[in-house]
Design a protein around this ligand. Sequence first.
Ligand code: DGL
Length: 259
Amino acid sequence: MSNTHPIGLFDSGIGGTSIWKEIHSLLPNENTIYLADSKNAPYGLKSKEEIIELSFKNTEYLLNKNAKIIVVACNTATTNAIKELRKKYNVPFIGIEPAIKPAANQSKTQTIGILATKGTLNSDLFHEKTALYSNVKIVEQIGHGLVQLIENGDINSAEMQELLESYLKPMIDQNIDYLVLGCSHYPYLIPQIKKIIPENIKIIDSGEAVAKQTKKILEDLKINNTSKEKSWQKFYTNANPHVLEAILDHNLAVFEKDF
Ligand code: DGL
């Protein structure tokens, strides 16, 4: 049986579109609804309680629009709220977390770097995961200010380049050979990051893995869309829609709504 209800995704803003792009490219047949809670960005500086409340609000919005599965396209919301979300709502959730495992397993220098928000790096879930890799040195760095600049459309600014240099140089000095991007906004900074790090340092993010996991869960639960009709994609933002439109780089439907 086919299920034409949409996949729902949410993020603190426009960054989770990096996850949406991976999901849409792997599952072009699926209808999707994406929520950019940019009015409340950044989540990374909020308390766990606030992040949980915002995650509940976003989930309910998506459930009211008949989402059949929810992708929490935000590391900060996943690491702080996924347990509470799964407890409260009877819908499958897919979360994203920094991709420590592939980096730790493949590192030759036994040293990996993780760039993420304060909320992610301070979360219990993140600590539980890093404890599994005590054989590897993990250099953690909070990406102070990066999400705000991306939300303002200032990806190519001199300020962005200066912030990135100040965060990445100490990691390079510690001999990392993998850089994990632990925030769904950061894949949009890959061109800038590549100007700073040497070629031997590999960049890893979670987008592809999340898309594969979403496909697997939809198939396992038999709720994938097998209809032959053309799929639809909708984007909702509670802030300036132009920044979201620009980052999507497609002719896609963006709606400005107060949620
Ligand atoms: N995209 C969010 C993440 O993956 C950014 C969090 C924030 O708004 O600070 O962590």
